[in-house]
Design a protein around this ligand. Structure first.
Ligand code: URA
Length: 193
């Protein structure tokens, strides 16, 4: 089975898993290059994502797509998904038990894609990989977690609300090409930006 087939099989399994929470909304599994070097992981789908069953296609998604383009990356060169793959009602924060319920699927998705770098978007996604991380302190830094490099970024929705956050988001996203290029040799703490 190739990566596309493996991801499709996983998606089908999720569709039929009645133990998963939030089944009143649509499954937004993820999209992009199934061999991507970089996987961007948000929190949970919003209204537009639920409607189109695609991740990051609303206002936050447009900002993310534009900022990726600024570093020369089209959306389809990365893979984009969320820790929780169905929309919580009224876009409330995901509950810990929802994050936990979806976690095995995210792990399997990452095991198939096997990226070099994970970019977390927002604190929920960051804390999934780095439990004691603080977004304002740690965004734009590079962590090694279970053999993968993890770069936490602000959530694009936060960047839409504050110019300072937007500037930090844009600055941090610019380090990604070098993180990917140096992923195999990077020793943490080395200056990259
Ligand atoms: N916010 C997220 O965290 N994920 C999406 O897919 C869209 C908005």
């Amino acid at each position: 089975m190739n990566n596309d087939q493996a991801l499709y099989a996983l998606q089908q399994e999720m569709e039929h898993d009645e133990s998963l929470p939030l089944r009143e909304s649509n499954l937004v599994f993820g999209e992009g290059d199934s061999h991507a070097e970089v996987v961007c992981i948000g929190e949970a789908p919003g209204a537009e994502e639920d409607r189109l069953q695609r991740p990051f296609v609303g206002r936050s998604g447009k900002l993310l797509t534009a900022c990726l383009l600024e570093i020369g990356w089209s959306r389809d060169r990365v893979y984009i998904t969320n820790i929780v793959k169905r929309r919580p009602p009224q876009n409330r924060d995901p509950f810990p038990e929802e994050i936990q319920a979806y976690a095995p699927y995210l792990s399997r998705q990452l095991a198939i894609i096997h990226p070099k770098v994970i970019v977390t978007l927002g604190r929920f996604s960051m804390n999934y990989f780095i439990p004691y991380g603080k977004i304002t302190r740690d965004q734009g830094k590079i962590f090694r977690v279970r053999g993968m490099l993890v770069v936490p970024l602000f959530h694009p929705a936060a960047a839409l609300r504050s110019t300072t956050t937007l500037e930090a988001f844009k600055k941090s996203i610019k380090i990604l090409p070098r993180v990917v290029a140096q992923a195999d040799t990077l020793s943490l703490g080395s200056p990259i930006s």
